[in-house]
Design a protein around this ligand. Structure first.
Ligand code: ADP
Ligand code: MG
Length: 166
């Protein structure tokens, strides 16, 4: 396991952070996004998709549960905010991990028991003070936790770019 923490001061920094990660991703990789409403999960996902070479607009799949995007590597973008654990079976959730794409899950903390143990956790936070500000851009912090060798490799590749964001 390897964990790191960064500060994303602006939208542009969030975008650079996500693009760097997206460039490293390969079929089968699993990204678990955790953080409150408005923390920046979908914004970060858009940047990850860009880094993966996806040119479509990425929007929040809150009402569709999963959205598929084609690119260099397909992206399966989940938002499980409203999911009941039982429904996950119905949509064949676990099969997505075998479908040759990157699986990214917003609100992953709600489905932890069914996530592969090897994955990248990204935990986005926004302080109350920041939330109350009128500014359009405010800093987020992101905690990165790599579980398993593949994910340690990914964060090691990204680290030089990520550490330039501060
Ligand atoms: P979530 O998917 O976690 O609910 P969204 O990405 O939909 O969050 O919304 C995050 C909002 O915060 C967006 O309106 C985005 O423009 C704004 N924002 C401001 N500063 C940042 C930042 N540094 N990183 C990410 N989002 C930011
Ligand atoms: Mg979202």
């Amino acid at each position: 396991m390897r964990s790191m923490k960064y500060f994303l001061q602006t939208l542009e920094e969030t975008a650079r952070f996500g693009r760097a990660l997206g460039r490293q991703l390969k079929p089968g990789d699993v990204i678990a996004l955790i953080g409150d409403l408005g923390a920046g999960k979908t914004t970060l996902t858009q940047a990850i998709a860009q880094g993966m070479g996806i040119t479509d607009d990425v929007t929040s799949p809150t009402f569709t549960l999963v959205q598929e995007y084609g690119g260099r590597v397909p992206l399966f973008h989940f938002d499980v905010y409203r999911i009941e654990m039982m429904n996950l079976d119905e949509i064949g959730f676990e099969e997505y991990f075998e479908r040759g794409g990157v699986v990214l899950i917003e609100w992953a903390d709600r489905v932890l028991p069914v996530l592969p143990p090897e994955r990248l956790n990204l935990i986005l936070s926004i302080s109350e003070e920041e939330m109350q500000s009128d500014e359009d851009q405010n800093p987020r912090s992101i905690e990165v936790i790599a579980f398993g060798r593949r994910y340690v490799e990914i964060v090691t590749e990204c680290a030089p770019i990520w550490s330039g964001i501060e």
